[in-house]
Design a protein around this ligand. Structure first.
Ligand code: NCD
Length: 321
């Protein structure tokens, strides 16, 4: 594996290696001194064309804990906002000796373009491209589920677990990456969305169960985990407000509240990638309940990104391409 672009083509062996390495990284983060010398002398560039809080900080923390030098390059306040092309930016990064570039971009496919352009030689890590993929988010979600729901998780997948992904699946790169990875790791995937927020063709897939209300999904499945997606209003262009009738209606049909939470098995956990719209897709009671692992997802994010940077840059035990 030279780059981390998406989860669609990731083998189960590679995914498991990343998750196992994440467990090792997470263990180092419990020590008093959390910094490892592993990537000393390597340069990681965070190239962010789109706003981000936790993903950018998380990649930065991960690279620094591995002793890499980090350069943050965001569209606001740089030549990117003057319209500099991805190509010229890549040539600049190459000239500066970037060993890895973490890219977030509003265009689906931007990370693949950068990786396969020949403009630069370093590893490319996709931190979210348009509505396409966000692989480190899916990996941190899988890691969080494995920790809570699988006994002796080392070397294991998510076989037989039932995971629901609820909400704006159409615009969500988190859903895109999660669906592929969950299938690879052996989970049963339940997708819950209004028909207008479901990607074309998903309803006819035989390897996924689709529901058009959260109540019908809770009725039909004993869920082990439920992943609530943010309603991505900023991506709902073109369709106007026609993607769903009103926020109240959305909450009524798809929101996770106390009553719906109580219908899940006792061990079931609640995930959300953040940022949350409290009161829209998730109630404060659900977000702050003991079942919620939302804050833990953030700390696991640092460990996953440490693992990804380590595997791509250290040259040791790197998974096969
Ligand atoms: C997600 C993203 O940006 O794709 N957030 C994140 O990375 N934590 C999800 C979202 O914005 O809804």
């Amino acid at each position: 594996m030279k780059h981390l672009l998406g989860t669609q083509d990731m083998s189960r062996a590679d995914a498991t290696l990343i998750l196992d390495t994440t467990a090792q990284m997470a263990a180092t983060q419990e020590r008093e001194i959390r910094k490892l010398p592993t990537l000393r002398g390597r340069t990681v560039v965070n190239l962010f064309f789109e706003d981000s809080t936790r993903t950018r900080i998380s990649f930065e923390a991960a690279a620094k804990r591995l002793s890499a030098d980090v350069i943050n390059f965001s569209a606001k306040g740089s030549s990117l906002s003057k319209g500099e092309s991805l190509k010229d930016t890549a040539l600049t990064l190459q000239a500066m000796g970037a060993d890895a570039v973490v890219i977030r971009h509003w265009a689906s496919g931007a990370a693949d373009r950068l990786a396969h352009s020949g403009w630069m030689h370093g590893a490319v890590l996709n931190a979210g491209d348009g509505t396409h993929q966000h692989p480190t988010q899916a990996l941190l979600d899988a890691f969080t589920m494995r920790r809570h729901l699988v006994d002796s998780p080392e070397g294991k997948g998510l076989d037989g677990l039932t995971v629901a992904i609820v909400g704006d699946v159409l615009h969500s790169r988190v859903a895109g990456s999660n669906i592929a990875l969950l299938k690879t790791l052996g989970a049963n995937v339940v997708v819950v969305a209004p028909p207008t927020l479901l990607p074309f063709g998903m309803a006819s897939r035989t390897d996924i169960s689709v529901h058009y209300t959260l109540d019908s999904a809770l009725e039909a499945h004993d869920l082990d985990a439920i992943m609530m997606l943010r309603v991505q209003r900023e991506r709902m262009t073109g369709g106007g407000s026609g993607f769903f009738p009103s926020p109240e209606e959305y909450t009524r049909l798809f929101g996770l509240d106390r009553a719906r939470m109580d219908r899940m098995p006792d061990h079931a956990i609640i995930l959300h990638p953040g940022p949350m719209n409290r009161g829209l897709e998730i109630s404060a009671e659900a977000a702050d309940s003991p079942r919620s692992v939302i804050v833990e997802q953030v700390s696991n994010g640092v460990a996953v990104r440490m693992a990804a940077l380590y595997l791509l840059l250290s040259g040791e035990e790197a998974p096969s391409e």
